[in-house]
Design a protein around this ligand. Structure first.
Ligand SMILES: *[C@@H]1O[C@H](CO)[C@@H](O)[C@H](O)[C@H]1NC(C)=O
Ligand SMILES: *[C@@H]1O[C@H](CO)[C@@H](O)[C@H](O)[C@H]1NC(C)=O
Length: 231
């Protein structure tokens, strides 16, 4: 028993191996349909929660407004090693992606080059063919954020990809821009890319969570304050 405990403690201290659930800090949760901009909340820390560690992965907590942790504005000084994005539906994880957070800012970790693992088996295969793989995504008032799609400009009915946040914005571009009350989270089902307007290819998540895993030397809650980072 004692040996097992020692073993667990030592494993825990091997850097990069300590991926226990408790080593992930939830820094952002966004809920579908509450009428609030996900991008504004992410970008500006349109902050809601002030106490560290009080953001939890629970869709009941963001029904009125998205929740963010102050760490969002201290990203660069927070020794963020990995970032985990999850989409949830009815309390189940339907999409999960883990990114390399080393030397990132709060926008540029969401990139194909930073992707370490994903619940989509086909996401790494199409390398140069992504049109978008970015947190900013497609703006122009249409506002598809955290957007991962494939390249081809043949039209709305063949537009395809893996996920995006349809944020508060303009709905007239494509049918898939006006499925329901904003914001909403569209994701490809069946663990591979899907066509946004083909039945059975896509579904809606009810919550997006973003978590960070930090390095050992300096834990969150440091007093270093940074100006909000912009694109
Ligand atoms: C993560 O990114 C850093 C900085 O670019 C790099 O040095 C490191 O090798 C990457 N780690 C992995 C697991 O890809
Ligand atoms: C990718 O997104 C851009 C911008 O919304 C769009 O013009 C293009 O058709 C999309 N491609 C696919 C395959 O969805």
């Amino acid at each position: 028993m004692f040996t097992l405990l020692l073993f667990l403690l030592s494993v825990h201290h091997v850097r990069g191996w300590n991926m226990w659930e408790s080593d992930w800090t939830t820094v952002f949760v966004a809920c579908s349909g509450n009428g609030k901009s996900v991008w504004d909340a992410w970008k500006g820390y349109a902050g809601v929660t002030c106490e560290a560690s009080s953001v939890i992965e629970d869709a009941d907590t963001c029904k009125q407004s998205h929740q963010s942790d102050p760490i969002l504005n201290e990203w660069r000084s927070s020794r963020i090693e990995q970032v985990r994005l999850r989409l949830w539906k009815d309390g189940e994880i339907v999409v999960e992606m883990i990114f390399n957070g080393t030397d990132t800012n709060k926008f540029n970790w969401f990139a194909q080059s930073k992707l370490l693992s994903s619940s989509y088996s086909d996401i790494g295969e199409l390398d140069a063919r992504f049109t978008f793989f970015s947190s900013y995504g497609y703006g122009y008032g249409v506002n598809r954020r955290f957007y991962i799609n494939k390249s081809n400009y043949l039209g709305c009915d063949v537009d395809a990809g893996w996920m995006f946040v349809k944020d508060v914005g303009y709905g007239a571009d494509c049918l898939f821009d006006s499925y329901k009350k904003y914001p909403y989270f569209l994701y490809a089902t069946n663990y591979h890319s899907g066509v946004w307007q083909r039945d059975g290819d896509y579904d809606f998540a009810d919550m997006m969570s973003i978590q960070v895993h930090q390095g050992e030397e300096e834990k969150k809650g440091t007093t270093t304050l940074e100006e909000p980072e912009e694109m």
